[in-house]
Design a protein around this ligand. Sequence first.
Ligand code: FES
Length: 127
Amino acid sequence: PEVEFLNYEILDDYGWEIDDDDLFRKAAAVGLDPEDYGRFQVESNESLLEAAENRGFEWPFACRGGACANCAVAVVGGETEMFSNHVLSSEMTDRGFRLSCICEPATDDMQVIYNVKHLPGLDELRL
Ligand code: FES
């Protein structure tokens, strides 16, 4: 599967909203740094976080086991499979939030906003 990603901090910088349907098109158009916007492949048996790290990216994490929210991402395109989540409420997962350390892509293409740990509701779950 291929993941198209965007750093949440960029939304702040540009005043973009997380639920903007054109978000990734805008991100592709403005010439962002490779660590803030791009694509990578996820191999089988890699979590989303491991795949990012194995392709040279430094995404936030702490526990690596589904017990904090430091690695949280917002999935805005595609689907994931997530295992043994202990911290995200069903309301948060309904809104598309996932823990990148314990989730894998379930569709061939995904769009993910990483670094969302400072969003209200996730901030207090961090270690
Ligand atoms: Fe703690 Fe993923 S790093 S839940």
